[in-house]
Structure formats: structure tokens, C-alpha cells
Design a protein around this ligand. Structure first.
Ligand code: NDP
Length: 294
């Protein structure tokens, strides 16, 4: 069996092509969607993620500003900054790059963001709406994953989806979304985590496996059934044989070739779609403000 590689790069360019029209329409009404990014500390991966996001905004003619804080910033200063950004009409979206240093209560920071500017979709109001089946802002990575299903016409109805990982950012929201009623949804979803015993028993039964645990090459050929689809969210930095740092996913893509019917690569799979959905959510935030929707 040939394993189809589901490119997130190609798919993200389709998203940008469609977004250009919406951006132009906003600009014709003197609105340029704008994102405020809050970056704390010196985490190299966070810096790269922010740089990539900002570059995409710039390429599309959108505005963004990055507010950087030292590692030892106080929680109080960060909260104050977010309240200022909530009240600043120059920004339609606010993104706090995670992870935050240990002395900062991330939940407190994310909860203070105005849900209308919460383009990452992590605010409890947005997660609550998602759970109730009427999402406003869907977190970017799960939203990007849904686009793979729509674009590649992967019908989940009647299928068994197994999600590995239960974070509020990826695993939990995608498990809820796939089980909602709707086109390309309607799956029977199982969510696994570090407390799951005999985890591979579930992946072996799955029609679709979504990996979001952050363990390099976790899933191998013997852990899936023939023809399963694998969506690999994991981004792990490891050293190759030559001692060079490379990025790999949670799936052992070489081992899965010929057994999986389709797989998203790392890099070039879910990652580019996460950025595309951030742009889309920011454009949506600007449109909502224009239309005065809550
Ligand atoms: P978290 O660390 O917040 O969550 C990881 C989840 O995986 C937890 O629920 C944890 O279980 C579970 N887990 C960890 N080890 C195991 C194991 N051995 N068996 C079963 N479950 C396990 O990570 P995130 O959700 O933030 O990210 C997951 C991965 O996705 C990371 O590699 C991250 O870099 C990547 N990522 C990629 C994005 C992209 O755009 N492509 C975007 C966001 C994240 P428990 O809850 O019990 O601790």
C-alpha cells in the first residue's frame, strides 16, 4: 500500500489564497488585521515559533507587534500588559507564546485575555463554546487538523479516532471536535494519555490516530492497523546520526510507510496549518469586530 503524504505546506497556501480576498476586503474598509504577541524569556523554540508567525503576517500584509519580557518578569506585569492589549483597539488578536516560565500561572494569564481577541482559542469561554458544539475561536492546531480531514475528504463518521495526548491546546480540543456532529466529524473518539494502560491496544483498533504527546518516534508500524491514517502533531528535536539537530514527529514515519494509508509529515504537516489557522482566526477577529458580533 502506498502511504499518501498529506502536505500541510500545500494546504496552508490554499488557506492563504482564500484569506487574501478577505484581507483585501477588510483593507478596503481601512482595517488591517493585527496581532499582538507576548513573548517571555529566551526559550529558543518559542523564539522560532514567534518569528515564523510574524513572518507570515508580514508576507500577507497584516500587522503584528511582539512584546518581549525577560524570564523573571512578574505575573502582575504580564497581567497588566494583557489588560492594556485588551483595551487597545490597534490589536484584533492577542497571542501569549507558551510555555511561560514556571513562576507564572499560565491559566491566569490566558484567562485574562478578552475572549474576542483570543485568537489562540485557549480562553475557557472559547473552550466552553467548543465543547458545547458552537465554537467561536477554535484553537489553531486542532482547527488545522480538521482542515486536513475536509481537504483530503477523510470522512470520520462511523470511524474510530484515537487521540494520544490530552492537553488543552491540542489533544482535548481535537478529541471533542472530532466527536461533534457534522460533516467530516461525527467520529467515535477515544482519548489516551500517560495514565492509559495498554495504549497501543487502542491505536491498533483506530481508523485515524492523532498523535500529540511529544515523544519522538513513539508510534511504529506494529502499533497500527493496515490502512490507518496518522495525523502527527508532535514536534521533537533530536540528533541525527551525524549529530545534527533535526525535527521529528511522534510517529516513526519510515516504519509506518506501506502500512498507514496517509500520514502528515514533520516538518511540513500540522505545523504550517497551525500558523495558517492563527492568521485565519486573526482575520476572523477583525471581521467580527467590524460586524459587531460578540
Ligand atoms: P503537553 O506536554 O501539554 O501534553 C502532552 C500529552 O501527552 C499529555 O496529555 C500527556 O499525558 C501525554 N503523554 C505524554 N507522554 C505520554 C506517553 N508516553 N503515553 C501516552 N500519553 C503521553 O504537549 P502539547 O499538547 O502542548 O504538545 C504535544 C506535542 O505537539 C509536542 O511535541 C508539541 O511540540 C507539539 N505541538 C505541535 C504543534 C504544531 O503546530 N505542530 C502545536 C502544538 C504542539 P498526561 O496528561 O497524563 O501528562
Amino acid at each position: 500500500m502506498d502511504t499518501k503524504i498529506l502536505s500541510g505546506v500545500d494546504l496552508s497556501f490554499e488557506v492563504y489564497t482564500k484569506l487574501r480576498e478577505r484581507i483585501e476586503s477588510l483593507k478596503n474598509q481601512s482595517i488591517t488585521p493585527s496581532l499582538a504577541v507576548v513573548l517571555v524569556g529566551n526559550n529558543p523554540a518559542s523564539k522560532v515559533y514567534v518569528k515564523n508567525k510574524i513572518k507570515r503576517f508580514k508576507d500577507l500584509g497584516l500587522d503584528s507587534s511582539t512584546f518581549t519580557f525577560p524570564e523573571n518578569v512578574t505575573e502582575e506585569s504580564l497581567l497588566k500588559k494583557i489588560i492594556d492589549l485588551n483595551n487597545d483597539n490597534a490589536f484584533h488578536g492577542i497571542l501569549v507564546q507558551l510555555p511561560l516560565p514556571g513562576h507564572i500561572d499560565s491559566e491566569k494569564i490566558l484567562t485574562i485575555i478578552d475572549p474576542k481577541k483570543d485568537v489562540d482559542g485557549f480562553h475557557p469561554v472559547n473552550l466552553g463554546n467548543l465543547t458545547a458544539g458552537s465554537p467561536i475561536f477554535i484553537p489553531c492546531t486542532p482547527k488545522g487538523i480538521l482542515r486536513f480531514f475536509e481537504h483530503y475528504k477523510i470522512e470520520l463518521s462511523g470511524k474510530h479516532v484515537v487521540v494520544v495526548g490530552r492537553s488543552n491546546i491540542v489533544g482535548r480540543p481535537i478529541s471533542i471536535l472530532t466527536s461533534l456532529k457534522g460533516r467530516y466529524l461525527n467520529a467515535t473518539t477515544t482519548i489516551c494519555h500517560s495514565g492509559s494502560s495498554d495504549l497501543f491496544k487502542f491505536t491498533q483498533m483506530a481508523d485515524v490516530i492523532i498523535l500529540a504527546l511529544g515523544k519522538p518516534h513513539f508510534l511504529k508500524s506494529e502499533h497500527i492497523k493496515q490502512g490507518a491514517i496518522v495525523i502527527d502533531v508532535g514536534i521533537n528535536r533530536i540528533e541525527n546520526k551525524e549529530g545534527r539537530g533535526i525535527l521529528v514527529g511522534d510517529a516513526d514515519i519510515k516504519s509506518l510507510e506501506g502500512k498507514a494509508s496517509a500520514i502528515t509529515p514533520v516538518p511540513g504537516g500540522v505545523g504550517p496549518m497551525t500558523i495558517a489557522m492563527l492568521v485565519e482566526n486573526t482575520v476572523e477577529a477583525a471581521e467580527r469586530l467590524l460586524n459587531n458580533e460578540s
